[in-house]
Design a protein around this ligand. Structure first.
Ligand SMILES: [Zn+2]
Length: 283
């Protein structure tokens, strides 16, 4: 009741004031006087000052607040982007994994080729003719089950040079975007997993986001880093290594079709302990 009374009283007072001003204004107009003419120069000055805009101090305070907000929000946006890239990369691997299964179903359980036999040119799973030769995903063995070139590349690798491939065998340097981020486990090439001595399919790597390059270990012209879609999981072999672009680690797909993220050190341990090669495989 009190609140209602108070609001009503304020409204009544405001209404009375408005009515007084209107009445005065109407009376002045009727007598030929301007109501503006009655405002003294001092009052005009005060009115003008109150609408003069920001002072320098106010402006600096606003800029400082914007800078603080930006400093807080930019890392949040960056983390969100990193997370989105990794999710997209894992989805690519899952789609490629589905294509491998469909290929095997249509080929009596046999998986695609990681690489052609020595001395024999064969298009492999992703359409590469061989080490450091260009890759043509649309000519690869699993293309009919994928049909989207985007699925072959991680968003993080976009516009990142793959040094082992830009130096073509002819010696010509190419700056073309290499459309491949993933490599297939070489030990399962053209194999039938059902008949292989694979201990744990859930720990046997089928596809991995391979490092774009291996700085400081090999020169650009050597065959280090991604260059053909083949990953040799030989213990201590350091020319095919997992990438570190996702939180110091990478994404991979296992033979049972589950994809996950693993830190670089964790995955190196898996590789070096021969978990990614059949028990009877001879390198
Ligand atoms: Zn990735």
């Amino acid at each position: 009741m009190m609140r209602h009374f108070s609001v009503t009283r304020h409204w009544n007072r405001g209404f009375r004031q408005a009515r007084t001003i209107c009445t005065t204004d109407w009376a002045m107009r009727a007598s030929g006087q301007s109501s503006i003419g009655l405002i003294s120069p001092g009052r005009m000055k005060v009115a003008r000052r109150s609408f003069a805009g920001f002072t320098l101090i106010e402006l600096l305070v606003v800029i400082a607040i914007i800078a603080i907000l930006a400093a807080i929000l930019f890392p949040v946006f960056s983390m969100a982007r990193q997370k989105a890239n990794m999710v997209s990369c894992l989805n690519n691997l899952k789609q490629l994994g589905g294509a491998f299964v469909m290929y095997a179903n249509d080929n009596d359980g046999r998986y695609p080729s990681a690489q052609g036999p020595a001395g024999h040119v064969e298009i492999n799973w992703c359409g590469s003719l061989g080490p450091s030769m260009w890759v043509y995903p649309e000519r690869g063995q699993i293309w009919p089950y994928v049909k989207a070139i985007k699925v072959y590349g991680c968003p993080v690798d976009k516009n990142q040079v793959a040094p082992a491939i830009v130096y073509l065998p002819s010696g010509i340097t190419s700056s073309r975007q290499y459309p491949l981020s993933y490599s297939m486990n070489n030990t399962i090439s053209r194999g039938k997993p059902d008949g292989m001595a694979i201990r744990q399919p859930s720990q046997f790597m089928l596809l991995i986001h391979e490092a774009r390059q291996i700085p400081g270990v090999h020169s650009d012209r050597e065959l280090a880093g991604i260059n053909d879609g083949v990953f040799v999981p030989q213990p201590l072999y350091d020319r095919d290594i997992p990438s570190r672009v996702h939180y110091e680690g990478t994404t991979l797909l296992y033979l049972d079709s589950h994809a996950r993220y693993g830190s670089y050190n964790e995955l190196k341990k898996e590789k070096d302990s021969r978990m990614w090669a059949p028990d009877d495989y001879v390198f």
